[in-house]
Design a protein around this ligand. Structure first.
Ligand code: PMP
Length: 351
């Protein structure tokens, strides 16, 4: 017997690399290539450091009130956390407490199985079809809860809102989490469904479309009762998670709708252009509704392209995992960054 026998052992999630060198073209973690709204910089300047003597507002009221306005919901429909990773981790802990298996796709956000293992939640994965679409029928069965990223990551593919609604309706006796980290880049949100389905929790983030991955804000939307359970777990764990900077920055970002509509539209335009460019170079991919493209080359191995791009200072994401080990996940950068990548690939592939 050793002290090590009593340890909770986990295999942690591995995040994408964050290189120090600013010259690297970073297309590996789906961050925004654009800065956050100028209102964010102003909010940071205006924070009185004297506030920091005190514990922050556990309800993040300023931020939650602004979110309620932005999304047309009431404050008690909203839960906020430190990025959607925090929100999702607490959601797993709160909502998946049965002996039945929770279900999610085999190819999806690779944190889901980590949380399930961490909390010892039984789970089973359902394979995507050959085109990397989620098969709706797989989720119409007895289970302990459902998690669907929509659009899915790392595939970028969107499931229709009708299919999502059918899954939510079928599973009315357990919680369905829809992770909408990338929804702002052209997909349809399930948010309006929270009024009709009390088992639905919709999770979003400020890390992608709001260009604020560094500040860590994520949120869940649901009816007041289901959100209340999530708050109970959070307040049994760590109450003071959002600090005054986070709260002020998040609220400021929400006020600049025009700016964010503009940078989101730019990213969508870049993505559509890249679909054409990549196709011409012999790549195939599911039709992405996100700020990344998950692509496979007709002839060359993904890991070789990955290494060649990396040597050139262009970082994309490669997952050495079953079914996806011949794909690259390429985040959308600025047009200039993407053009450099395409120029290199043209030489590498055709040259
Ligand atoms: N869900 C999905 C599908 C993601 O790709 C990510 C980003 N890694 C997250 C959630 C978490 O993002 P964050 O914690 O920055 O909100």
């Amino acid at each position: 017997m050793s002290w090590e026998d009593n340890i909770r052992k986990v295999v942690p999630y591995v995040a994408g690399e964050q290189p120090k060198d600013r010259n690297i073209i970073k297309l590996n973690t789906n961050e925004s290539p654009y800065p956050p709204s100028p209102l964010v910089a102003e909010a940071v300047k205006n924070i009185e450091t004297d506030q920091l003597r005190k514990y922050p507002d556990t309800n993040a009221t300023e931020l939650v009130e602004e979110m309620a306005k932005t999304y047309g919901v009431s404050k008690d429909n909203i839960f906020v956390g430190i990025g959607s990773d925090d929100v999702l981790a607490l959601a797993f802990l709160t909502y998946f407490n049965s002996d039945k298996q929770v279900i999610f796709p085999d190819i999806t956000y690779s944190f889901y199985d980590v949380w399930a293992e961490l909390y010892r939640i039984p789970y089973v994965t359902k394979p995507l079809d050959d085109d990397f679409n989620i098969i709706k029928e797989d989720y119409l069965c007895d289970n302990g809860g459902v998690v669907i990223a929509n659009p899915n990551a790392p595939t970028g593919a969107e499931m229709s809102i009708d299919a999502i609604e059918e899954i939510v309706r079928f599973n009315k006796d357990r919680v369905v989490i829809v992770d909408e980290a990338y929804v702002d880049f052209g997909a349809t949100s399930a948010l309006p469904l929270i009024d009709r389905y009390d088992n639905l929790v919709v999770v979003q983030t400020f890390s992608k479309s709001r260009a604020l991955a560094g500040i860590r804000i994520g949120m869940a939307f649901g009816n007041p009762k289901i959100i209340g359970y999530l708050k109970d777990v959070k307040f049994s764990f760590n109450s003071y998670t959002l600090n005054p900077y986070t709260i002020a920055i998040g609220a400021a970002a929400l006020k600049d709708r025009e700016y964010y509509a503009d940078i989101t539209a730019k990213t969508v335009k870049t993505r559509e252009r890249m679909k054409n460019e990549l196709k011409q170079l012999g790549f195939t991919f599911a039709d992405s509704k996100t700020n990344f493209i998950f692509a496979k080359h007709e002839r060359l191995e993904a890991k070789d392209i990955f290494a060649a791009l990396r040597a050139e200072g262009i970082y994309v994401r490669y997952f050495n995992k079953p079914r996806i080990d011949n794909y690259l996940r390429i985040s959308m950068g600025t047009d200039e960054q993407m053009d450099k990548m395409i120029a290199f690939l043209k030489g590498y592939i055709n040259g």
